[in-house]
Design a protein around this ligand. Structure first.
Ligand SMILES: Nc1nc2c(ncn2[C@@H]2O[C@H](COP(=O)(O)OP(=O)(O)OP(=O)(O)O)[C@@H](O)[C@H]2O)c(=O)[nH]1
Ligand SMILES: [Mg+2]
Ligand SMILES: [Zn+2]
Length: 316
């Protein structure tokens, strides 16, 4: 039988087939690919926390189409992961070089940023957008917590991304803004919400579908950061049709598998200039006659995005 993995938790993989949900384990062959994150040096408490928070590197991800064998009582075993149409993945935490797949077979990614609490991490937004571009997955940016500022300021803060061509949705679960557009956006597709801990990913889903009761957490007064409230990944079926993934807050999004020469193309506003530099293998960092750098000087490309490109391409 075939189905879609919509939830994974502590060795259980929940596979949706029509209206049924089958609680599956994975075959011993797949289990060999399962690795646990390396513990960090440091106190035992810290180690335990990290292991709990960081997901294992798992051969099966949410959104995966799988082939499974059913036994009794809605349980079963996954034998095979079918080829993926696309995937959102990152380099796993720890020192080992491993890929961690956050979700597979996604129709759109929704990078989320909040106007404040926590403040926007533009670098992280650029990485989330680049990941979508790399896999050819459309992205719509959600700017949440509009109630913490004025709408005008909020628009100004994110204007750059609108200029370069991304669609932006403005929301507030507190002042009830943007609900209809968000519901429209999610209908009939599989979407993935991504963003720092505390931007309001789970709150937003509870707001759209009140029966969900996902756990949400206060922002820490001490650090201004979220507390990593969501600890496991799941694809939620929406009443209006469509699936949406709520994943634990990401702080670090280290690329996996993206070659440095592929990076410029992942900044959509760079594309018209690529191939026009003096040197064919121009890295757009220090070469003379670089069309991209000229476009930055002429303010045709936003300096902030070029600097973000430099940071990422130099591994910072
Ligand atoms: N002012 C304001 N606060 C919000 C809004 N949406 C969510 N919050 C608050 O932000 C905090 C964090 O929300 P969560 O939904 O837990 O955030 P998350 O992105 O799911 O965080 P992780 O699960 O840790 O990744 C909670 O205290 C929410 O009440 C909003 O639109 N405005
Ligand atoms: Mg959450
Ligand atoms: Zn160049």
């Amino acid at each position: 039988m075939q189905g879609t993995v919509i939830r994974q938790y502590r060795g259980h993989y929940y596979v949706a087939v029509g209206d049924r949900l089958i609680d599956c384990a994975i075959s011993s062959r797949l289990r060999k690919e399962l690795t646990y994150p390396e513990a960090d040096p440091g106190s035992r408490r810290r180690r335990v926390q990290r292991v709990r928070r960081v997901q294992v590197v798992d051969p099966v991800a949410i959104g995966d189409r799988v082939e499974f064998e059913e036994s009794d009582n809605n349980t079963g075993r996954i034998n095979e992961v079918l080829p993926r149409r696309n995937k959102i993945s990152r380099r796993a935490s720890g020192t080992g070089r491993k890929e961690q797949i956050l979700a597979a077979n996604i129709d759109q990614v929704i990078p989320m940023v909040s106007t404040a609490e926590p403040d926007p991490d533009w670098s992280l937004l650029d990485r989330m957008l680049a990941l979508g571009e790399w896999q050819g997955i459309p992205a719509v940016i959600c700017l949440n917590k509009i109630d913490l500022t004025t709408e005008e300021r909020a628009r100004e803060a994110i204007a750059l991304y609108e200029q370069i061509g991304y669609e932006i949705i403005y929301t507030s679960t507190v002042s009830n803004l943007g609900k209809a557009s968000f519901q429209n956006l999610l209908q009939h597709r599989t979407s993935l919400l991504m963003g720092q801990s505390g931007v309001g990913k789970s709150s937003l889903l509870n707001w759209l579908q009140p029966g969900l009761k996902l756990r949400t957490g206060e922002i820490s007064a001490a650090t201004g950061e979220g507390r990593h409230t969501t600890t496991h990944t799941e694809l939620i079926a929406l009443e209006g049709g469509g699936l949406v993934g709520d994943i634990p807050g990401v702080k670090e999004l280290r690329f996996w598998g993206i070659e440095s020469h592929e990076l410029p193309d992942l900044y959509i506003e760079f594309r018209p200039y690529l191939g026009q530099c003096r040197f064919r293998d121009c890295t757009h960092i220090h070469e003379p006659g670089c069309a991209l750098k000229e476009a930055v000087s002429a303010e045709e490309i936003p300096l902030a995005r070029y600097e973000s490109y430099l940071r990422i391409s130099q591994g910072r």
